[in-house]
Design a protein around this ligand. Structure first.
Ligand SMILES: Cc1cc2nc3c(=O)[nH]c(=O)nc-3n(C[C@H](O)[C@H](O)[C@H](O)COP(=O)(O)OP(=O)(O)OC[C@H]3O[C@@H](n4cnc5c(N)ncnc54)[C@H](O)[C@@H]3O)c2cc1C
Length: 329
């Protein structure tokens, strides 16, 4: 175990300054993922910078909503504006973890929670994400929960978040601060595919602090649904999840949002399927064709080919329910 310092940041500026020039500094928010990682030495920071008391814990009305990075997952899911205008997000959050964990977990921390690949967590195994170049036992090992889209020969881990699938569908924007100032990152560009650098989950630069997530207005998001399929009906990560929102003119699809979880190293937007859907009649045949397109590039591993059919069925069902006005799937 390495020794590390613990300090409480007094402001965003102070947090960013404390981490400047120290690639091994880490921020801690709710601690629900990071503390688990520290306990098994997956992360060995030089300093832990506690950001949990900073003033980033408000939900503000903009043209849509601005969620401070420290707002708890519970507070987001319970907020009346989120429930009314972005039910897809409230339902995705409530499908994850437990009430106690959601009370502690924050918006920023949820984005940067790490994969639940068992080979990553078990330091007795090699893992390219943990130690680049050491190998990926999941490629030939037990790979039932792993990726079917966008993986590489270095990593087949999936991103575990439910909230992030909804945020991808909503075209959210991540606001970050660093000594260089502020910048905004489109949610779909925030997380990365593994490629040759599976150790990097996101496009955040060292020392950058997430300050907020911005939800743009999406006038048809009220019809949004989140369908999560997993081994247990509660307190389990998604094998497959789908966030969908359909905007109709009569029976014709005017606009649509589709995102998938449990399939890739990042929340997955099947944009070709979305393009296909626009202008089509909202019926079972169209939804089946969209599902086929969404999974066209799927490359299942030895133990997870079931995910391809499961994902298609989940897409069909989520689109069907959303086209009927939304609600619980
Ligand atoms: C038993 C269990 C079950 C779970 N089930 C689910 C589930 O079904 N679905 C799901 O989606 N999630 C699930 N989770 C994960 C949970 O949602 C995350 O642990 C939580 O969202 C992380 O938020 P946090 O604030 O606690 O982050 P922390 O643990 O504090 O931090 C996580 C990471 O984010 C970084 N970080 C935190 N805030 C910032 C910031 N503002 N700027 C830059 N970096 C930051 C930290 O340095 C760290 O690397 C589960 C967790 C547990 C323990």
């Amino acid at each position: 175990m390495n020794n590390f310092t613990y300090t409480r940041a007094t402001s965003v500026k102070d947090a960013v300054q404390k981490s400047t020039g120290d690639r091994n500094a880490m921020f801690i928010a709710g601690g629900t993922n990071l503390v688990d990682r520290l306990k098994v030495f997956l992360d060995e920071p030089s300093q832990l910078i506690d950001i949990s008391r900073l003033e980033m814990n408000r939900i503000e009305k903009t043209s849509g909503l601005r969620l401070g990075a420290l707002v708890s997952n519970t507070a987001v899911a319970d907020h009346p504006d989120v429930r009314r205008d972005y039910p897809i997000l409230a339902r995705a959050i409530l499908a994850g973890a437990s009430q106690q964990i959601r009370n502690m977990a924050t918006v920023g921390g949820n984005l940067l929670q790490r994969t639940r690949c068992p080979y990553y967590y078990d330091t007795a195994f090699a893992c390219n994400k943990r130690q680049p170049g050491s190998g990926c036992p999941a490629l030939t090992g037990v790979n039932r929960i792993h990726a079917i889209l966008g993986a590489s020969d270095q990593c087949v881990a999936v991103h575990p978040s439910d909230m992030c699938v909804a945020l991808a569908a909503l075209d959210a924007v991540v606001e970050v601060s660093s000594p260089k100032g502020k910048r905004q990152i489109l949610f779909t560009d925030f997380h990365r595919l593994p490629g040759n650098t599976p150790q990097r989950d996101s496009n955040l630069e060292p020392g950058e602090l997430i300050t907020a997530v911005i939800l743009p207005p999406v006038n048809f998001a009220k019809s949004g649904v989140y369908l999560k399929l997993r081994d247990r009906t509660s307190y389990a990560f998604a094998l497959i999840s789908v966030a969908a929102a359909v905007d109709l003119t009569g029976e014709q699809i005017k606009d649509v949002r589709l995102a998938m979880g449990g399939v890739a190293h990042k929340p997955w937007r099947p944009t070709e399927a979305e393009k296909f859907l626009i202008g089509k009649k909202a019926d079972a045949t169209t939804f089946q064709q969209a599902a086929e397109i969404a999974l066209q590039q799927a490359k299942p591993l030895e133990h997870n080919s079931f995910k391809v059919e499961l994902a298609k069925r989940a897409i069909r069902r989520a689109l069907t329910v959303s086209a009927k006005g939304g609600g619980v799937v």
